[in-house]
Design a protein around this ligand. Structure first.
Ligand code: GLY
Length: 380
């Protein structure tokens, strides 16, 4: 690439800074970033890198990336894991840690996560614990991971006791979100990631929600709206993470829709044929708004508007859309209680006073949640 062409390409990318003192890093967003990933990663001044990827993404992008890193003077090796949630396991963690050590990665070197949330979470956790912490780069390849899991430093694996129960906060040194990689995602995966985009509008940015209502087709079609949606989501997430990196307060707002959503994922036995995370979150966000309206906190019209938008993009919004059923109110409440501790029959939820006005509601009575769920299940 000529100097002028490189400058033009660089100008097409958006930079979102995450100003976390000595853990500060940049997120770059844009179409075609992968082509210059070698140079951007080399700028971090490492000697060696290990690329961790999965068998879907690796054959497409890992070898060209390794080649680009070598051209920029780094040694590079590739670890390819099976795709899917089962990879976030102790056994795969051991495999990745040993591969990092076998590649003689030192603390100044890099581990690169090239894949979706599973690869990002597992690789980030391995990077957090090998040699008590080595640097890592996130190269998220799904919409969900570009707008959520690659940003903010939550890393981890699943335990037989539940999802993400073993992990660490470990911020990446760089995030490269190439939005062209989303062209090959299935419509279902795009929709599921899009639920998390909408979430940022619902939390505290009504104007962004209105922008989503107007521009979602461009996001799906891969127009400039897609880059804008990813960049704005990353800005929104970065702002929350900078305020509350370790989820002592405000970061919990990012769980809007997730208490109901996680319960549905649990009830469907994490079977992605039935329900994927973003679909659970879509139904969960509608329930959070309907529940807020039922409690007299939010206008019914806002709950209807949230549902109408998610429905329009093709996401499920109602409990009766969960394939194979969603259980009884008691089963749902039980699944929720495993996610959020119930203290004295009360739960913590993210509720809303309206679109863009979400808040953390502590002490929500379990009995009110049960009655609401029973009413939702009856009214289908
Ligand atoms: N995905 C929620 C968080 O990063 O806090």
């Amino acid at each position: 690439m000529s100097g002028a062409a490189a400058r033009q390409a660089a100008a097409a990318f958006t930079t979102v800074p995450v100003p976390l003192d000595d853990r500060a890093y940049d997120i770059f967003v844009g179409r075609g970033l992968l082509a210059e990933a070698g140079a951007r990663i080399a700028a971090l001044k490492a000697r060696a890198a290990v690329i961790v990827t999965d068998a879907n993404v690796g054959p497409l992008y890992a070898e060209p990336l390794a080649g680009a890193l070598r051209q920029n003077g780094l040694t590079a090796s590739i670890v390819t894991l099976p795709p899917g949630e089962a990879t976030k396991s102790y056994a795969r963690l051991e495999e990745v840690c040993d591969a990092i050590l076998a590649a003689r990665i030192e603390r100044g070197d890099l581990v690169i996560a090239l894949g979706g949330g599973v690869i990002g979470d597992l690789t980030g956790f391995a990077a957090a614990i090998v040699r008590r912490g080595v640097r890592f780069v996130q190269m998220p390849t799904t919409l969900l991971s570009q707008v959520d899991s690659s940003v903010g430093g939550k890393t981890g694996i699943n335990s037989p006791h539940g999802k993400n129960l073993v992990g660490a906060f470990h911020q990446p040194s760089l995030v490269l979100a190439d939005t062209a990689l989303l062209d090959s995602l299935s419509l279902r995966e795009m929709r599921a990631g899009y639920a998390e985009v909408v979430k940022y509008g619902l939390i505290n940015d009504a104007a962004f929600f209105a922008w989503c209502e107007k521009n979602w087709r461009g996001v799906f079609a891969g127009g400039p709206e897609r880059d804008e949606a990813v960049a704005q989501s990353c800005r929104a997430k970065a702002a929350v993470v900078v305020r509350d990196e370790r989820e002592d307060g405000d970061r919990a707002l990012l769980n809007l829709g997730h208490t109901f959503g996680h319960a549905l994922e649990r009830i469907t036995a994490y079977d992605s044929k039935r329900l994927v995370h973003g679909e659970g979150v879509a139904i969960g966000m509608v329930l959070a708004f309907r529940f807020s309206a039922a409690l007299g906190l939010a206008p019914v019209a806002d709950a209807e508007r949230v549902e109408a938008h998610l429905k329009e993009v093709g996401l499920p919004t109602r409990l009766d859309q969960v394939p194979g059923g969603c259980g009884t109110p008691d089963e749902l409440l039980d699944a929720m209680s495993q996610d959020k501790k119930v203290s004295g029959g009360a739960l913590t939820f993210i509720l809303a006073k309206g679109i863009g006005q979400s808040f953390i509601a502590k002490g929500v009575e379990a009995e009110k949640v049960r009655a609401f769920l029973a009413e939702q299940l009856q009214s289908r």
